[in-house]
Write a protein that binds this ligand. Sequence first.
Ligand code: FAD
Length: 542
Amino acid sequence: MAPMDNVDVIVLGTGAAGMTAALAAHESGASVALIERGSRIGGTSAISGGVIWVADNPRMRAAGMADSREDALAYFRSLNHGDLVDETLEAFVDSGPEALEFLEGIEALKVAVLPGYPDYYLDRPGAKPEGSRALDHDLFALGELGDWAARIYAIEEPKPLMLRETPLGGATEMPPMEVLGQRMAARQCGFGQAMVARLLKACLSRGIEPLLGVETHRLIKEGERINGIEGLRDGQPFALTARRGVVIATGGFEWDEDLRQTFLRGPVTAPASPPTARGEGLSLAMAAGAKLGNMTSAWWAPTLVTPDAPWASGEQRAQIILIERTVPHSIMVNRSAKRFCNEAANYSALGGVFHQFDPANYDYLNLPAYLIFDAQYAARYPLGTRQPGQPIPDWVMRGDTIEALAEQIGLDAATLAETVARFNAHAEAGHDPDFGRGTSAYDHFYGDRSRQGTAVTLGAIREAPFYAVQIHSGLLGTNGGPRTDGQGRVLGHDGAPIPGLLGAGNAIACPTGGIYAGAGGTLGPALTFGYLAGRTAALANG
Ligand SMILES: Cc1cc2nc3c(=O)[nH]c(=O)nc-3n(C[C@H](O)[C@H](O)[C@H](O)COP(=O)(O)OP(=O)(O)OC[C@H]3O[C@@H](n4cnc5c(N)ncnc54)[C@H](O)[C@@H]3O)c2cc1C
């Protein structure tokens, strides 16, 4: 890469949003500096499922699947609780397909429809039960990246398969071990790893080499215009000028305890994202006078802390749990040993129940929460990284009776026994009159597909030993931050764009508000606004 002290566009952050912005700016004729705070590339995007939700996307069109702008807008608007802004929502719906065409056209993405993955709110107008809006990645061979492959975040944990080949993506079983072994040897990966790797390759092949380890302390201003960054690299002062604009794509703020406590609407005890999302972009935007939006909300998700597998940098690590709370022979209970939700509901909406407040006790009703399961479950289903049939880890609580398990957890034994007995009676009758588990097609997606009807998700908890793990109020990332217009320009308090400042991804107020439309509901807007912000920055007057 040529030495730089000034470029047209600076992009902060090497996740999906940042690399897309860098590519869009470059293809619009700008010179680009892609800046990363850490020593690794890809942030949350690299460890994600990589699924991308875009309505009326090019893959759907190619397959002759019907969708429209009107359906997509009707769907979002039916879910609106005041968090949607017409301009940004419409920009996402209108430009999402174009952003994907752009990325596929420059080989920065290779995607296919994730078959059968339904939208999350199937009773709403414009929802697609057949799942055509969610896209999955083809495999990528890491050798194509040379030495840069080792710079991808958590690449030491390779995912040699595509989401659509796994139960998480709707398949009934995993690819054979032999196939996985061959792919490991060929260093092939899928999921978010393939997405980040392809984006990175497209950047590198255009001479955009990420500059790692840059701490940005301040945005530089010339008059009213943001025109650079200032900070440290390797402990030495670092400054770079951007003639046209700076794009903030630094991810969310969930790993900054102070920001989390200040803004989010309820407790978050275990984020599933990596500790790269520290809200630095938010702080830079606030200092520049940005108007904020969506700050109380996040991509909520129940999580499970895996104490035996922390992040490489030492922080506590948590897994999103999907299959675990959907398959039969399991329930979730709260501090009162009572069920409190349809356990199989979509993860983001489910976040709300963890924030239910009890005015009588001045405390959260459903925290702490626990997943309770039995020996049938242990034999057949996974738990975090533990596969079916493997030994149950030491940190899982167990008891020979439900009462003994309750004692282990510290719950009232009689109440837990009553809760389990009630659930069992209903499960055996094939219904859940308390919370309607098993009534929606979504409830079946992560269930046991070898079964029929509601038995996909409902099954009695009867066989000893009985087990419990704590379930946390977690998230996949925050989705509040500086508000932008429909071109990705950050707005000031007066509602006018701050000249030279743009944003995309979890670093900004998401154009879909807090609405997780379906699988891929965060990466769809991140890529779209990365595309818009990068292109807008490049075309700004210098
Ligand atoms: C387990 C898991 C699975 C998920 N699966 C999906 C899925 O399948 N589909 C979906 O839509 N969403 C999914 N999500 C959510 C999704 O991954 C995120 O919403 C998305 O990746 C955010 O992208 P981003 O580019 O905004 O941020 P990130 O991918 O987090 O990238 C931000 C980058 O900016 C860097 N950075 C931070 N501060 C600075 C700074 N000051 N200067 C420069 N760089 C900085 C970070 O180090 C990081 O590399 C998942 C999340 C998790 C945790």
